[in-house]
Design a protein around this ligand. Structure first.
Ligand SMILES: Nc1ncnc2c1ncn2[C@@H]1O[C@H](COP(=O)(O)OP(=O)(O)OP(=O)(O)O)[C@@H](O)[C@H]1O
Length: 263
C-alpha cells in the first residue's frame, strides 16, 4: 500500500478542516485529488507528508505508520512539487544544479556529487524536454520551464510517491499541455513513482490517472475509478452546478451556463 489514511480528521480553531477521511492508494494506481478552493487538499497532503498531525485517525505511507517511523527518512521517498517550493530556489541557481540538488533533498548543493550524478540530471532534463535549459538561471525561466525543471528535480531523488500540487497553475494552454504530456510520459515509464495529482480543473485529468478522489468541504465526496467519477450527474452534485461532461481526445471537458453563477 502506498498511502493508507484511516478515519483521519484535522481540527483547528474548533473548525473541522478534514472529517473522517479514509483513503487507500495502491501500487500501480495514479490518483487525481480534485476539490474546490478551501476543500482541504493542502491539509490532506500535509498529513500525508507528515508536516501536520491528524487530530484523529492514522496515516501510513509506503508501509510505514506515522508515529513509528523517522519522518525525515521517509520523506526522502516522497516528492512534493508545488509553487511554494519554487519560490525558495535562489535566483541565480542554474537549472542543472536545481535538478541535481534533488538527489540531496536540499536547496543548493552542499555535498560532493559525481559525473554520473550530473549525467543523470541531464538525462532527466532530456526526458522532461528541458535539457536545453541546463545553464539558465532558474529565475529567468518561464513558468512552464520552471515546472519541468522542478519535476526533474523531484525525480532525481527517485521517490516512490510523487505529489504534483497544481503544477499547471499560471501556465498558458501550450505550456500546460507540455507539462501534462510530460506527466503522462512519467506515468507510462517503468520504475516511476505513484502519482498524486492535485487540481481544480477537470480537463487536466490525464488518462494515466486511474482513480479520482473528490474532496468537498473537508469530506470525501467520492473515491472511484476515474471513468466512474466523470459523468454529468456526479460532477453536477459535486460542484452544485448543472454540469455537462464530455470525453474528447481521452480527456474530460465540462461545460455549464455561466449565467447560473451570476451574483
Ligand atoms: N491552521 C489553520 N487554522 C484555521 N483554518 C485553517 C488552517 N489551515 C487551513 N485552514 C482552513 O481549512 C480550509 C482548507 O484549507 P486547504 O488549504 O487545505 O484547502 P485547499 O483545498 O488546499 O485550498 P486551495 O485549493 O485554495 O489551495 C480552508 O478554509 C482554510 O482556511
Amino acid at each position: 500500500m502506498v498511502i493508507s489514511v484511516s478515519n483521519a480528521s484535522y481540527i483547528r480553531s474548533g473548525l473541522k478542516i478534514l472529517s473522517n477521511i479514509h483513503w487507500s492508494v495502491r501500487s500501480g494506481e495514479h490518483w487525481c485529488l480534485l476539490g474546490l478552493n478551501g476543500s482541504g487538499k493542502t491539509t490532506l497532503l500535509n498529513l500525508i507528508c507528515g508536516y501536520l498531525w491528524p487530530s484523529k485517525g492514522t496515516i501510513s505511507v509506503l508501509g510505514h505508520r506515522y508515529g513509528t517511523v523517522d519522518l525525515r527518512e521517509l520523506r526522502k521517498q516522497i516528492g512534493w512539487v508545488s509553487s511554494s517550493f519554487q519560490e525558495r530556489i535562489p535566483k541565480s541557481e542554474v537549472a542543472e544544479k536545481v535538478v541535481l540538488s534533488g538527489k540531496f533533498a536540499s536547496i543548493g548543493i552542499y555535498e560532493p556529487f559525481t559525473f554520473e550524478d550530473m549525467e543523470e540530471a541531464k538525462d532527466l532534463m532530456s526526458f522532461l524536454g528541458c535539457r536545453h535549459l541546463v545553464n539558465r538561471a532558474f529565475q529567468t525561466l518561464s513558468q512552464g520551464e520552471k515546472q519541468r525543471v522542478v519535476i526533474a528535480r523531484a525525480l532525481m531523488a527517485k521517490p516512490k510517491l510523487l505529489i504534483l500540487d497544481e503544477p499547471c497553475t499560471g501556465l498558458d494552454i501550450i505550456a500546460r499541455e507540455q507539462v501534462l504530456y510530460t506527466i503522462e510520459q512519467i506515468a507510462s515509464q517503468k520504475d516511476m513513482p505513484t502519482l498524486i495529482y492535485v487540481t481544480h480543473h477537470i480537463e487536466e485529468l490525464l488518462p494515466c490517472f486511474s482513480h479520482t478522489f473528490l474532496l468537498k468541504e473537508g469530506k470525501t465526496f467520492l473515491q472511484e475509478k476515474t471513468e466512474h467519477v466523470m459523468d454529468s450527474k456526479t460532477l453536477s452534485a459535486f460542484f452544485d452546478l448543472p454540469i455537462e461532461v464530455e470525453k474528447k481526445h481521452h480527456r474530460y471537458w465540462i461545460t455549464f451556463e455561466s449565467k447560473i453563477l451570476s451574483p
